[in-house]
Design a protein around this ligand. Structure first.
Ligand SMILES: C=C(O[C@H]1C=CC=C(C(=O)O)[C@@H]1O)C(=O)O
Length: 452
């Protein structure tokens, strides 16, 4: 395994590393059967992942880490990745989304976060789409090509797919603030919205989960993906989760985005109480004025950010997205991108959306700074991947957690895990109800850890 080169995006521009990427098609039984790619991460820490419905990308052994902070972080990462691609050689007989040079990244919500925004180039990246599987290996130019990946061993690992171990169980303790103090912040936010400071603000909170036994990031991801197959299960630099919200997908100049805002939580069966019936909850959600107003604001703000960048934008009627823990009002937006705008430039134009910040953006961001009382880190920031010609797929890091030490080897999910969740606050919000909503949004990660 080659050492990982860690560079600030700005410094990298002067002298980008010269990498060689080799994509090879993976054929044969294990690559066609259900199982890979996520099963390849079983037992591993320090991984990257982007998987939905059993397809996507999983990688390990990072060779390059590009870091940026501050208001220019997205643009700096974009420029640095472009410089890396320009300085690289690659061989890619497949030329499909996700083949050839690819970097995965996690970007902070706030420009003033003390955490770093990163793009990571894994030394081994296995991909799978509807047409088949492949692996891309990366080495620094001049590095011994024979020190590369043993394809037979990789295929044997894919064939020996083992089940995901049970969740270890975890103890949950308060994060930056207690539940009572978060409810007080929601009450203050609603009062300030009623006074006209903004239309909507999204407030989040965190809890700390301490697993009761050692586990690995790969196993945690396996449990998340099994429970939430329609969400994007992701991992980059220890930021992990299973998010339902697509910020932007850019493929062949066509853009897609899924805006979510407005939530009904599903209660499980308990005692003699039956579980909530999704169709009844959906009907309630579709008729609820507070949730509809919240969704309309998020949808309008996404459309106004995208319209200047696209030659065509389409946004059919909103619909209800049903997940195991919650239901959301959802709008799918599609468009054709004008000019040569890449995925990271679109991420920069869209972030922060009204689904994670509020509206109008500057007033909502100010309320978050004043009332939330914590650094969100990469939670509710963009997470995703970018390829050699700037296309890719980026979601919003929701239903997510930050593992300690970036999830690096030896610090897997036994070390404290910071789990975060938030909700759109409106003038009429009920603090207790908003708190329960954040708890429902934390369930994916807490269940994957086995927390009660
Ligand atoms: C901020 C979160 O969810 C956002 C996305 C969907 C619905 C939301 C809501 O109804 O409040 C939030 O805007 C979160 O999951 O932490």
């Amino acid at each position: 395994m080659a050492a990982c080169l860690s560079l600030a995006a700005r410094d990298l521009l002067e002298r980008p590393p010269r990498l060689t990427f080799t994509t090879t098609e993976l054929t044969g039984a294990p690559w066609a059967a259900p199982g890979p790619p996520l099963s390849l991460l079983a037992g591993r820490d320090d991984v990257v992942a982007w998987v939905r419905h059993g397809q996507g990308l999983v990688g390990w052994d990072p060779v390059l880490r590009i870091e940026a902070t501050g208001p220019g972080r997205i643009e700096e990462l974009r420029a640095a990745w472009r410089a890396v691609v320009h300085a690289s050689w690659w061989s890619d007989p497949l030329v499909r989304p996700g083949t050839g040079p690819v970097a995965l990244g996690a970007i902070t919500f706030s420009p003033s976060s003390s955490e770093r925004s990163v793009l990571l180039v894994p030394g081994v990246l296995v991909g799978r789409d509807a047409r088949g599987s492949w692996v891309t290996t990366v080495r620094a130019r001049g590095q011994d090509p024979d020190g590369g990946l043993d394809l037979r061993a990789l295929t044997a690992a894919a064939a020996a797919s083992r089940g995901v171990p049970q969740a270890p169980g975890a103890r949950v303790t308060p994060g930056a603030r207690s539940e009572a103090s978060w409810r007080a912040a929601v009450a203050q936010a609603s009062a300030r919205l009623r006074a006209g400071e903004a239309d909507k603000v999204v407030l989040a909170r965190d809890v700390t989960a301490v697993p009761r036994a050692t586990g690995t990031t790969g196993d945690l991801l396996g449990r998340l993906a099994a429970a939430y197959p329609s969400c994007w299960t992701f991992a980059a630099d220890g930021m992990v989760g299973a998010t339902p919200e697509l910020l932007v997908r850019l493929r062949d100049r066509r853009l897609s985005s899924r805006v979510l805002a407005g939530t009904a939580r599903r209660r499980r069966a308990g005692g003699d109480q039956p579980a909530d019936e999704p169709s009844a909850l959906a009907a309630w959600l579709e008729a609820d004025p507070k949730n509809n107003r919240e969704h309309a604001l998020a949808r309008a703000s996404a459309l106004s950010s995208l319209e200047p960048l696209c030659s065509v934008v389409e946004a059919p009627e909103r619909f209800v997205l049903t997940l195991p823990n919650v239901l959301h009002l959802a709008s799918d937006i599609s468009g054709v991108v004008a000019g040569d705008t890449g995925a990271l430039a679109l991420v920069g134009a869209l972030h922060p959306t009204a689904a994670v910040c509020g509206t109008p953006t500057p007033a909502a961001a100010r309320l978050i700074d004043e009332l939330e009382g914590m650094d969100r880190g990469r939670y509710s920031g963009p997470v995703g991947w970018v390829d050699w010609h700037g296309e890719g797929e980026w979601c919003i890091a929701l239903r997510a957690a930050q593992l300690a030490e970036g999830g690096r080897t030896g610090t897997g999910p036994q070390a404290p895990v910071r789990v975060l969740g938030g909700g759109g606050i409106m003038p009429s919000s009920d603090p207790a109800d908003e708190l329960a909503e954040t708890a429902a949004k934390m369930r994916p990660v807490l269940d994957a850890l086995g927390a009660p």
